[in-house]
Design a protein around this ligand. Structure first.
Ligand SMILES: *[C@@H]1O[C@H](CO)[C@@H](O)[C@H](O)[C@H]1NC(C)=O
Ligand SMILES: *[C@@H]1O[C@H](CO)[C@@H](O)[C@H](O)[C@H]1NC(C)=O
Ligand SMILES: *[C@@H]1O[C@H](CO)[C@@H](O)[C@H](O)[C@H]1NC(C)=O
Ligand SMILES: *[C@@H]1O[C@H](CO)[C@@H](O)[C@H](O)[C@H]1NC(C)=O
Length: 523
């Protein structure tokens, strides 16, 4: 740098200016809305950031901590010891026991999310995208994209509203794609160091293909598998992939249908095409599977995309058919009924029956209709709810977890059927600010540390979890480092130990209402 000619006072002023984004972690600017914990406030010129991950030196570990009391992914380091002073709860790692490979973590670029992000000024948009996708943020690598409208749009629409257009000659992406989602996807791809896995899900077909003659509400596809309606509907997926490819946006996967069992949790007007398991099997075996296989796209196909109460039944019906099973890579699962459906008899049972098909969580949110408040700014328990789900399903063979809307407004929308919910990022366009909620940091405790290709490993707890309060999971990263996430949802500090036979012991405490991520390498 040429300092010649710059007066001393100017240099001093330059030194006093805020440090640029890349130059180090910036702390959270907290705001308390009176819902138990705080949000971090970001605007056009300021946003809390993280440093890119650096593995600690051998013999040391790093720990990141967030808490109801106010920590947000705060990093500290410590050294392994040769023994523990206080025997008690001990978590012992066994990296010889290897479980599922991880796909990753992410959220959904619904029309509503795109609109909220674009309501901000350009520099604030950049801060939001970097928060989710860059190394100074939580490094999401999954993005779900609705094909045409979902309820989180401002209007119902499909990509081809010209009746009886079986050739799809009038198929056209919407302004929501071309002006909003595609430019944002390209910016997300540009700030992300990791490869992003994009997947798309349809909510509705054009009205003229549907039994009720409307893109809105619950309907079925007209006719039956193998006929012109089903062939056209399969080709519609390919057209969608073709059009996005013209914008250099490539999809890793599609799901066969968002919530084919339909509309338990959404108002009756919400757009949905219903399928039974047998109808989905036949549509995949006869129409969608062959259409994808014939296409130039190397896009995977995920079945179900609905609640786990339908497992393993749906898996047996669809994957029990060898033709359908060949076209299906994995099972997509939503979280809305998890409280009443044990993971063992749904997720684990499915994994045991079909170990070659992965399980991926593709939708979750808090504040849905049975709760009073759609948006609850700073609510810690909603973050707990996320990490409790992630820990539970990872321990039952699930390979990744996808949040619903990446960003919503203060009301929890927009949503044209007023099905408002909460989001990890809430945008206040009128102030050009956005709020990063506890849910954002809870997800970050997994997404930033567990890249695609990591594997869950054995973790033995010396006490039954009923008494120990802590929930945990351990993974081995592709670079050989180990990650252990520990959640304490209760109001009491819990001392515990971690043992990695290859390195030694960590003497630890999980503070009340906290989540921690430990990171170390074995040599
Ligand atoms: C953005 O946030 C920072 C940190 O809180 C604050 O100093 C600055 O004034 C804010 N900018 C605007 C335009 O409000
Ligand atoms: C670790 O896992 C391997 C493979 O599952 C198993 O054979 C071994 O007994 C385990 N070691 C301990 C100490 O539990
Ligand atoms: C897509 O990528 C190709 C090759 O990198 C480039 O030539 C083309 O301009 C890109 N198209 C768009 C729409 O960005
Ligand atoms: C799979 O389902 C298709 C109908 O969709 C049927 O034609 C075929 O016989 C079934 N295959 C097996 C192996 O059950």
């Amino acid at each position: 740098m040429r300092a010649v000619g710059i007066p001393g006072w100017l240099l001093l002023l330059l030194l006093l200016l805020p440090v640029p984004q890349a130059a180090g972690a910036r702390p959270c600017i907290p705001k308390d809305f009176g819902h138990g914990s705080l949000v971090c406030v970001c605007n056009a010129t300021y946003c809390d950031t993280l440093d890119p991950l650096v593995l600690p030196a051998p013999g040391s570990y790093a720990v990141y901590e967030s808490s109801k009391a106010g920590k947000r992914l705060e990093r500290s380091e410590g050294r392994f010891q040769s023994s523990l002073r206080t025997p008690g709860l001990l978590l012992t790692l066994n990296i010889s026991t290897l479980y599922q490979h991880m796909k990753g973590f992410g959220g959904s670029l619904s029309d509503a999310a795109a609109m909220n992000i674009l309501k901000l000024s350009q520099p604030a948009q950049d801060n939001l995208l970097r928060s989710y996708f860059s190394q100074s943020g939580i490094e999401y690598n999954l993005i779900r994209v609705p094909m045409a409208c979902s309820d989180f749009s401002v209007r119902p629409y499909s990509y081809d509203d010209v009746p009886d257009d079986y050739e799809l000659k009038h198929f056209r992406l919407a302004d929501e794609d071309v002006k909003m989602k595609i430019p944002l996807l390209r910016r997300a791809l540009a700030v992300s160091k990791r490869p992003l896995l994009l997947f798309a899900s349809p909510w509705t077909a054009p009205a003229w293909m549907r039994s009720n003659g409307d893109v809105r509400g619950k309907g079925t596809l007209k006719g039956k598998a193998g006929d012109k309606y089903h062939k056209t509907w399969a080709n519609y997926f390919i057209k969608f992939l073709d059009e996005y490819a013209k914008h250099n946006v490539t999809f890793w996967a599609v799901t066969a249908q968002n919530e084919p069992l339909a509309g338990l949790f959404t108002p009756p007007q919400a757009p949905t095409i219903a399928f039974t398991a047998a109808q989905q099997r036949d549509f995949i075996a006869q129409d969608l599977g062959p259409a994808l296989a014939r296409s130039p796209h190397r896009t995977r196909l995920l079945m179900l995309d609905d609640q786990r109460i339908h497992l393993p039944h749906w898996a047996k019906v669809v994957l029990g058919n060898a033709t359908a099973a060949r076209y299906v890579a994995g099972l997509a699962v939503h979280w809305y009924l998890d409280a009443i459906v044990p993971p063992g008899c749904s997720l684990e049972a499915t994994h045991k029956l079909f170990p070659d098909h992965f399980l991926l969580y593709t939708e979750a949110c808090t504040g849905f209709f049975m709760f009073r408040f759609a948006v609850s700014l700073g609510c810690w328990e909603r973050g707990d709810h996320y990490s409790h789900s992630i820990l539970t399903v990872m321990n039952h063979f699930v390979s990744g977890w996808t949040d619903w809307n990446l960003a919503l407004d203060l009301e929890g929308g927009p949503n044209w059927v007023k099905n408002f919910v909460d989001s990890p990022v809430i945008v206040d366009g009128s102030k050009d600010v956005f709020y990063k909620q506890p849910m954002f940091y809870h997800l970050g405790h997994f997404s930033k540390f567990i890249p695609e290709g990591s594997r869950r490993v054995g973790l033995h707890s010396s006490r039954r979890c009923l008494l120990c309060q802590l929930e945990h999971v351990a993974v081995l990263r592709p670079d050989g480092a180990l990650v252990l996430v520990v959640l304490n949802r209760f109001g009491r500090d819990v001392p515990f130990g971690i043992r990695d036979p290859a390195v030694g012991f960590i003497e630890a405490v999980a503070p009340a209402h906290s989540i921690q991520t430990y990171l170390w390498r074995q040599q």
